[in-house]
Ligand binder design. Structure first.
Ligand SMILES: Cc1cc2nc3c(=O)[nH]c(=O)nc-3n(C[C@H](O)[C@H](O)[C@H](O)COP(=O)(O)O)c2cc1C
Length: 454
């Protein structure tokens, strides 16, 4: 069976700012020749031929670029740490391994604009002094893998990657590595473990990968979209990059907007835009928008009265959510908050690697407790237990999968405690939609029918 490109199937939403998304859907940037008509590798050429490593790093610093993989860490600070590290070998890694199925941005970029990721990776390698670059991709993204491999081959042949890039003495070999698809493998230390041939499980930081990463060498792990922005910055300049976005978080972010909206799809929005703008870009909600879950399984829910909150790292964090990998789920009066929180938590529980016991057992216990509430068979203090157990998991977390897993649940308890109580105390789902209550009638004996004798 021929796999279809996701980038050709998903709806690219017309609103917002289109920098990275241009030419994604029509496939016009997949080949080197096509990408070059869109000015591919002009940023890398400028970095190598005009700026040099130090000035290249200074450009990224001046742009204020922050990592798009969820944490929002300043990209230049990471590059600086790697650049300053003394080591025989340095490595850069593009992280395309851990996205949940609703995070469409990195996959669409890899399929529709692979050269932009590769160009950003080469710029990162040049600025940090890396001689080895790895693009780590989920094995269940076959089209992305194929196109990234083809892009690397084309760039190698054209001296845009590999040996003696652009005829200079800068060399950096690039390989595409495919790894098992798992949410936790996107955590950078877990990814490095998997790259080294171990199980993809996180380890305690520090040391950070820029100090001691793959094979003990300084390693810069960067989200694919971050790298694409880095290439865009070197091509268009820092001022142009900062012309949209907020002062703390300049530029744009790829966002998947789905759920109870007229036009679900992939958008590119200026960071700092109010959440209501994102809902509008997706064609608007159903008229009874109840909550917006931002940041996927590690994010959280904001209520309809909070849609003026800026879509930005700190404001979302303060609200108990996060950017995550750009997931935005819009819900309305027909959506059960408890069931939705359970959905996210169950996903985290299934994706947990099992290394940290509080995570492995804790996420499962939280799901079980939610199941008791959904089935109207709670134990006394179950709501308190959910909060306490979440706090302990956060306090002892080995990685952010664990510390952030309770987010969707805690934010909905905070904003919609009445819905939890309605299920637990009265067996009612105020939204009239939750699956647990839907299946309950199926388990009850049919009235008026005598059970068959056994
Ligand atoms: C559970 C979990 C999953 C993650 N998944 C991804 C992922 O799919 N892609 C990604 O770039 N970063 C992911 N991250 C974040 C990485 O650990 C790391 O911060 C990121 O790759 C750094 O790149 P950035 O600075 O460009 O964001 C994940 C983190 C956690 C805790």
């Amino acid at each position: 069976m021929t796999e279809q490109a996701l980038s050709a199937q998903i709806r690219i939403l017309p609103g917002g700012e289109h920098r990275l998304l241009t030419g994604i859907a029509d496939g016009s940037r997949v080949t080197l020749a096509g990408a070059r008509t869109h000015h591919a590798y002009e940023g890398l050429t400028r970095a190598i031929e005009t700026l040099g490593p130090e000035m290249t790093l200074a450009q990224v610093e001046a742009s204020g670029l922050r990592g798009r993989g969820g944490g929002g860490y300043p990209t230049a600070a990471k590059w600086r740490a790697a650049r300053d590290a003394t080591a025989g070998r340095k490595v850069v890694v593009a992280n395309l391994i851990g996205a949940d199925p609703t995070a469409l941005g990195d996959r669409a970029l890899a399929e529709g604009n692979p050269h932009l990721i590769l160009e950003g990776l080469m710029i990162a390698a040049f600025a940090t002094g890396a001689s080895e670059a790895i693009i780590a991709v989920r094995t269940d993204w076959p089209v992305a893998i194929e196109r990234l491999r083809a892009a690397v081959a084309e760039a190698d042949a054209a001296r845009l990657a590999g040996y003696l890039v652009l005829g200079t003495d800068f060399s950096c070999t690039v390989s595409v590595w495919q790894g098992a698809a798992a949410l936790v493998a996107g955590e950078e230390t877990a990814l490095l473990a998997a790259l080294a041939g171990d199980r993809g499980m996180p380890v305690i930081r520090p040391p950070y990968p820029t100090e001691r990463g793959l094979g003990g060498d300084p390693t810069t792990v960067q989200n694919a979209e971050t790298l694409a922005h880095a290439a865009w910055i070197l091509r268009h300049g820092t001022q142009e990059f900062r012309s949209v976005g907020s002062a703390d978080s300049p530029g744009t972010k790829l966002v998947s907007i789905y759920g109870r909206v007229a036009n679900p799809g992939l958008a590119e929005v200026a960071l700092g835009s109010p959440l209501s703008t994102l809902v509008k870009i997706a064609g608007g909600g159903s008229g009874t928008t109840k909550a917006v879950f931002v940041g996927g399984p590690g994010g959280g829910a904001l209520g309809a009265d909070e849609l003026d909150t800026p879509y930005d790292f700190e404001p979302l964090r303060r609200a108990g959510a996060g950017i995550g990998l750009g997931q935005v789920l819009v819900t309305d009066s027909d959506t059960c908050m408890v069931d939705t929180a359970r959905f996210f938590l169950d996903y985290s529980a299934r994706e947990a690697c099992g290394k940290a016991v509080p995570c492995r057992i804790g996420t499962r216990r939280l799901v079980e407790t939610l199941d008791r509430i959904l089935a109207a068979t709670p134990r006394p203090n179950d709501l308190l237990l959910l909060r306490e157990l979440s706090r302990k998991m956060t306090d002892t977390a080995l990685c952010h999968l664990e510390s952030r897993a309770p987010g969707p649940m805690l934010t909905t308890i905070e904003r919609f405690e009445g819905e939890y109580r309605a299920h637990a105390e009265r067996g009612e789902c105020p939204a009239g939609s939750c699956r647990a209550l839907d299946v309950a009638p199926l388990l009850a004996p049919l009235s008026g029918v005598e059970p068959a004798a056994s």
